[in-house]
Design a protein around this ligand. Structure first.
Ligand SMILES: O=C(O)CCC(=O)C(=O)O
Ligand SMILES: [Fe+2]
Length: 601
C-alpha cells in the first residue's frame, strides 16, 4: 500500500478529547435518522425511522431578505450590470455570496450537463476505480440497463476469470495519453449551455459593472450568533494566508467527521453520517444485487461516517443508537488507496481491502489517493463503447444504481495526492469553455467589489483580473470538481489549498436541493457561519476565504418534496429510481449538485 499521502493536518483539531467549533457545527446540522423503538408488551419493536429535526435558527438565509433586516456584519452590495444582490461577510473576508445568481433556465442547463455530460470519460468519477470509465451512465440508467461487468478492484473468486464472472472484461486496454480535444458539453447538449451562459440574464453586457453598497449595517461588528447565525464571537474572519498552522495549510480534503474524530480524514462521506448502525445492516439485507454495497457509500459507509450522537428528545420508549464504526479506518483507507487508476497502465497496487476502504470513503476518494502518480506519463484507459458497457442483462450493477452512487466527477487536470500537485500531463477532460466563461463572469462581479475599495481580495490576490488575459495574471479557471450529494451526504470541513495560485478564486455553483454551507476560519477552532445555499446560488471563495475551512454538513430536501427523500432505505435513491425515464428534475428533487470551478495551473 502506498504511504499515507496526507499530513495529519487536523490532529490537533480532532484529537480524542478535543472538539472543535467546526466539528460541533457539523454535528449540529448533520442528518440523523433515529429509529424509535416501541414497547409492545414486554418486547421491543422497531418503529418508524424519524429524521431528527435541526435547529435552523442560526442558519443565515439571505434569500429574499429585506435589506433592513440583515444581520450585523452581513453586507449587501449592488453591482451595476449584475441584477442581483451580492453579499459579503465581516467575519469572512473574501467570501462572496450571490443568491439566485443563475436564472432557472441556466440552472437546468447546468444540471443537465452535470448529469449527462460532465461524468463522461475521460472525466474521472468515483466509479473509475471500481469499474473503469463508464460512458453514457445517465442514458443507460434511463434505459434500465446494467453494467456488463462487476467491480474490477476486488479479487475475482477462485476459478473465475474475467468476463465470465462479470469482473473486468478481458477486452484490450488501449492507451492514449493526450487530453481529449476540448469539447464543450454544451455542444453535445444541443442548443445548450454555452448559449445559456452567454445569455446569463443577470448580466447586462452593455453596462459596466459598478459597485454600490446598499446596506452596510455594521461592517466592523462581529456577527452575533443569535442574530446572524454566525455562531458567536469568533476571530472576526480568517487570518492572512500563511498565518495558519502549517499543518492546516497542508490540509487536503474533507472528511466525514466521525464521532471518533475523523475530522481530517480525506474524504467526503456518502449518505448520512448518522445512520444508525442497525440501519446499515438492514440496508444490506434489502436485496441490493451489488455485493459491494457496503463499500459503495450506502448505509454501511454512512454508518462509518457517522457523526455524533443520535439522541436528544427521544422518549423513554425510544432506543436510539448511534453509528459506532471506526471512521478512521475509512479515512485512512481512502487516503492511501489509488483511485482512478483504472487503467491497465496503472499498477494495481490497491488491495481489494484498500479499494473497498476507498470506496467506503465514497466521496472524494480521488482527492485522497495517489491517482495520478502511477499514471503520469502512462496512458489512461480508453472508454469502451456504450454497447460494450451496458446491456439489459449485464452481470454488473444497474446503471440506475451507479447513477445514484455517483459522487464526483473531475474536469481539468487531476490532482496527485501523493505529491500534492496537479498532474498536467495525464489524461483529463478539459474544463468546458462554458464553465470557464461562467466563472469569469461571476468573478468579474466580485472584482467590482474590490475595485470599489472593498477588501474582497487581499493585496497579494489583486494580481488576477476577471476580464484580463491569463498572461497578465488574469483569472483563468481550468478545472472543476462536480459533487453529487444525496440526502445524508456530507462534505466535511476542509481547505482547498493545493492550487498553484491561491489568490485565484474558486467559484462554486449550487444546483438542486438546498444545503447548509459552513464557512469557518483558518483553523477548525473558529466558529463557522452556517449559510443556506439554494439552487442557482453562487459562492465565491477569494482572498482570505481561500484559506478557511468550509464544508457542507447537510443537504436539505427541496420543497416541495412530498415523497420523503431518503426515508427508509437510503438517501436520495428516489432520485434515480425512475430508471427508464427519470428526468433531471426528479434527480435534483432529492439531490444537490455543486460545481466548484477553480484555477489550478
Ligand atoms: O458543495 C459545496 O458547496 C462545497 C464544495 C467544496 O467545498 C469543494 O468542492 O471543495
Ligand atoms: Fe472546498
Amino acid at each position: 500500500m502506498d504511504g499515507m499521502q496526507y499530513k495529519d493536518v487536523g490532529a490537533e483539531d480532532e484529537g480524542v478529547s478535543t472538539q472543535t467549533a467546526f466539528r460541533e457545527a457539523e454535528k449540529k446540522y448533520q442528518l440523523f435518522r433515529e429509529r424509535i423503538m416501541k414497547m409492545k408488551r414486554t418486547k421491543k419493536r422497531a418503529g418508524k425511522l424519524r429524521t431528527r429535526p435541526i435547529d435552523m435558527s442560526e442558519v443565515l438565509d439571505l434569500h429574499g431578505r429585506p435589506s433592513d433586516l440583515l444581520p450585523a456584519g452581513v453586507l449587501r452590495h449592488i453591482v451595476q450590470g449584475y441584477d442581483g444582490p451580492v453579499y459579503t461577510f465581516a467575519r469572512h473576508p473574501g467570501l462572496v455570496f450571490m443568491p439566485g445568481a443563475l436564472p432557472p433556465p441556466q440552472r437546468l442547463e447546468l444540471t443537465t450537463a452535470a448529469l449527462m455530460d460532465y461524468p463522461e470519460p475521460p472525466a474521472r468519477t468515483n466509479h473509475a476505480l471500481h469499474y473503469g470509465p463508464l460512458p453514457g451512465l445517465w442514458r443507460a440508467a434511463q434505459m434500465g440497463l446494467r453494467l456488463n461487468w462487476g467491480r474490477r478492484d476486488v479479487e475475482q473468486p477462485a476459478g473465475c476469470g474475467g468476463q465470465a464472472c462479470g469482473h473486468s472484461p478481458a477486452r484490450p486496454q488501449p492507451c492514449h495519453s493526450i487530453a481529449a480535444a476540448p469539447q464543450d458539453p454544451a455542444g453535445s447538449l444541443g442548443a445548450g449551455l454555452a448559449a445559456a451562459v452567454a445569455a446569463l440574464s443577470l448580466f447586462d453586457p452593455d453596462q459596466n459593472l459598478e459597485y454600490k453598497t446598499v446596506l452596510n449595517p455594521d461592517p466592523d461588528t462581529e456577527t452575533s450568533g443569535s442574530r446572524s447565525g454566525a455562531g458567536g464571537a469568533g476571530s472576526g474572519g480568517c487570518s492572512a494566508p500563511g498565518q495558519g498552522d502549517g499543518r492546516e495549510q497542508g490540509q487536503g480534503r474533507p472528511c466525514c467527521s466521525g464521532p471518533r474524530g475523523t475530522g481530517e480524514a480525506q474524504m467526503l462521506c456518502s449518505g448520512g453520517g448518522a445512520w444508525l448502525a442497525g440501519e446499515a445492516s438492514q440496508q444490506q439485507q434489502r436485496g441490493d444485487p451489488d455485493p459491494d454495497l457496503a463499500s459503495l457509500g450506502t448505509a454501511g459507509s454512512r454508518g462509518r461516517c457517522g457523526a455524533g450522537e443520535a439522541g436528544g428528545g427521544a422518549d423513554s420508549a425510544a432506543a436510539l443508537q448511534a453509528a459506532d464504526l471506526p471512521g478512521e479506518d475509512v479515512a485512512q483507507g481512502a487516503g492511501r488507496n489509488g483511485d482512478g487508476c483504472s487503467s491497465s497502465c496503472c499498477s494495481r497496487r490497491s488491495s481489494s481491502s484498500s479499494g473497498a476502504a476507498a470506496a467506503a470513503a465514497g466521496w472524494r476518494s480521488h482527492r485522497s489517493s495517489g491517482s495520478g502518480s502511477d499514471c503520469v506519463g502512462a496512458a489512461a484507459e480508453k472508454a469502451p463503447a456504450f454497447e460494450e458497457c451496458w446491456s439489459a442483462d449485464g452481470p454488473g450493477p444497474p446503471a440506475e444504481q451507479l447513477l445514484r452512487r455517483l459522487r464526483w466527477a473531475t474536469l481539468g487536470p487531476q490532482f496527485e495526492w501523493t505529491e500534492r500537485r496537479y498532474d498536467f500531463t495525464g489524461v483529463f477532460r478539459p474544463l468546458p469553455p462554458s464553465l470557464e466563461t461562467l466563472a469569469k463572469q461571476l468573478a468579474a462581479v466580485v472584482e467590482r467589489l474590490q475595485d470599489a475599495g472593498l477588501e474582497v481580495l487581499p493585496a497579494a490576490g489583486r494580481a488576477w483580473r476577471g476580464a484580463g488575459p491569463a498572461a497578465d495574471g488574469g483569472y483563468k479557471p481550468d478545472a472543476a470538481i462536480v459533487n453529487y450529494y444525496q440526502q445524508g451526504d456530507v462534505l466535511g470541513g476542509h481547505l482547498d489549498d493545493v492550487e498553484r495560485d491561491m489568490a485565484q478564486p474558486i467559484v462554486s455553483v449550487s444546483l438542486g436541493c438546498p444545503a447548509i454551507f459552513l464557512m469557518g476560519g483558518p483553523t477548525k477552532h473558529h466558529p463557522p457561519s452556517a449559510i443556506l445555499v439554494r439552487d442557482g446560488d453562487v459562492m465565491v471563495l477569494a482572498g482570505e476565504a481561500r484559506r478557511c475551512y468550509h464544508g457542507v454538513p447537510r443537504i436539505l430536501e427541496a420543497e416541495p418534496c412530498g415523497h420523503g427523500c431518503g426515508e427508509g432505505s437510503g438517501g436520495g435513491q428516489k432520485a434515480a429510481e425512475g430508471g427508464g425515464g427519470a428526468p433531471v428534475g426528479t434527480y435534483t428533487r432529492c439531490a444537490r449538485i455543486n460545481i466548484s470551478i477553480r484555477a489550478v495551473a
